[in-house]
Design a protein around this ligand. Structure first.
Ligand SMILES: NC(=O)c1ccc[n+]([C@@H]2O[C@H](COP(=O)([O-])OP(=O)(O)OC[C@H]3O[C@@H](n4cnc5c(N)ncnc54)[C@H](O)[C@@H]3O)[C@@H](O)[C@H]2O)c1
Length: 441
């Protein structure tokens, strides 16, 4: 596709290899890596990935132009991807994938050689931030800054060893305990001082984000931890011209919420309450069984409905609805989560109605294509000269990062429009408003 504006002509090509590094080599990361390799070997299709399967309409409806996104935007091809990870648990990707229990042996066995070649680098890990995991594959250092420097060295070594042209980092590690943003997160100087003082407000995930940005590497955060969502690191990203995004992959129940809630609001139907409960038996579920980690997740899940429904604008419909979210760790289910939603809605003349959703979802199966898209789009954004928070990637997140003072957009359909219009804009195509103005000219 030819570039037709200034930005488009300046986008650096996606040549060479792209290294995708994930802190965390658990269920999500191994399902992602195994999936990409299966697709490369022609054993699978990239179902769930916009970058690989979605089309994008260009121009007027009558133009009949709707290329695949990957043919329209210069993205790295799957054959150019190389994978690396850090994890406190020393299992290689093959062992980790088997333990995660997401994929069946029939899908793992044919790519076992490939998966066993991916061994996690020693992690920056402290048990107090993720209490349910005890790992042995952990870095030692004289302070947190020293640990961050070791991560930077890992990135340089990985890049050299695999001959990568560029890297991206996508956080796929466990959810850390809830941390409130504070003074040590305000400026880069305060952050660096706090790293040297081993301040407890600096969590391991923040060290990975800092290290990536210092190395000129875009960072995407798949968990609800603060991580890169700090004024200090936002400043660093802006100074270094790097895209960042987060937080918390939008899969399962929350994704459903961002589909159903805009539908209720579009029809001006009221909401009395939304009760969500889940059973889940994977390691993520075990980590979330710790109240401190669950609090981080709960904050991420609860904000969604309020921002979509805007009770302050529509008090008659949405004032004081109750919203409850429960996650229960239930080992027999493994990664196959089951979620129940009971939604109490209100219609004409205040008549109550109920919607029940019973979603038997596979969390990591939904998350894996998100990791792929975020890695490819973050790298693309970098080559296109985009920096700071990438709001157009909100589509992929439960708790999207937004610029200070702005409310994040949660409505999946507005997010999708924003994503596609950003791609059109960057490639010098007209944005599509769905106004149908051609009829009035
Ligand atoms: N699966 C989903 O649909 C989904 C959706 C949204 C968010 N997430 C988030 O993605 C993350 C990964 O989920 P998962 O199901 O793969 O969990 P998992 O428990 O299978 O894997 C997480 C891995 O991270 C490792 N880890 C923990 N702390 C680390 C550190 N400091 N450095 C490096 N590695 C570390 C753990 O040892 C573990 O192997 C979780 O935070 C989860 O909340 C998952």
């Amino acid at each position: 596709m030819t570039a037709t504006n200034d930005i488009a002509t300046k986008i650096r090509p996606a040549s060479g290899k792209l290294g995708i590094l994930t802190p965390g080599l658990g269920a999500v990361a191994t399902t992602f890596i195994a999936g990409v390799e299966s697709i490369r070997r022609g054993r699978s299709k990239p179902i769930g990935s916009l970058t690989q399967m979605a089309t994008i309409r260009l121009g007027k409806r009558t133009d009949n132009r709707a290329p695949l996104i990957k043919d329209f935007v210069p993205l790295s091809g799957l054959d150019d991807l190389v994978f690396g990870a850090w994890d406190p648990i020393p299992d290689d990707a093959l062992t980790a994938a088997r333990k995660a229990g997401v994929l069946e042996d029939r899908d793992i066995d044919p790519i076992a050689d490939f998966l066993s070649s991916i061994k996690p680098m020693p992690a920056v890990f402290e048990n107090r931030y993720v209490t349910r995991i005890n790992g042995t594959n952990v870095k030692q250092g004289k302070n947190k800054r020293d640990l961050a420097e070791q991560l930077r060295q890992d990135m340089r070594d990985f890049k050299a060893k695999h001959g990568c042209d560029r890297l991206v980092v996508v956080w796929c590690a466990s959810t850390e305990i809830f941390i409130k943003p504070g003074p040590t997160h305000e400026t880069l100087a305060a952050f660096e001082k706090a790293m040297e003082a081993n301040d407890e407000s600096i969590a391991p995930s923040m060290l990975y984000a800092y290290a990536a940005l210092m190395e000129g590497v875009p960072f995407a955060n798949g968990a609800p931890n603060l991580t890169v969502d700090l004024p200090a690191l936002l400043q660093l990203a802006n100074d270094k011209g790097l895209p960042i995004s987060g937080k918390d992959f939008k899969t399962g129940q929350t994704w459903m919420k961002t589909v159903i809630a805009p539908g209720l609001k579009a029809r001006m139907l009221g909401l009395r309450g939304w009760y969500s409960t889940n059973i889940l038996g994977n390691r993520d579920g075990e980590v979330l069984d710790d109240p401190a980690s669950f609090k981080t997740k709960e904050e991420s899940k609860l904000s969604v409905l309020h921002t979509i429904l805007q009770p302050e604008v529509y008090p008659d419909l949405y004032k004081d609805f109750s919203h409850v979210v429960r996650i229960n760790y239930y080992p027999p289910r493994g990664d196959n989560k089951e979620g129940w939603d009971n939604i109490d809605i209100v219609g004409w003349m205040n008549y109550p109605m109920q919607i029940k959703v019973n979603f038997l979802c596979r969390d990591s199966i939904l998350a894996a294509p998100i990791v792929l898209d975020l890695a490819l789009f973050s790298d693309f954004a970098h080559r296109a000269g985009m920096k700071g928070i990438q709001e157009w990637l909100s589509f992929y997140y439960k708790s999207p990062m937004a610029a200070a003072g702005l409310q994040a957009e949660h409505d999946l359909f507005i997010q999708q429009t924003k994503l596609k219009n950003t791609l059109r804009h960057l490639m010098g195509e007209e944005q599509i408003t769905h106004l149908g103005l051609e009829y009035y000219r």
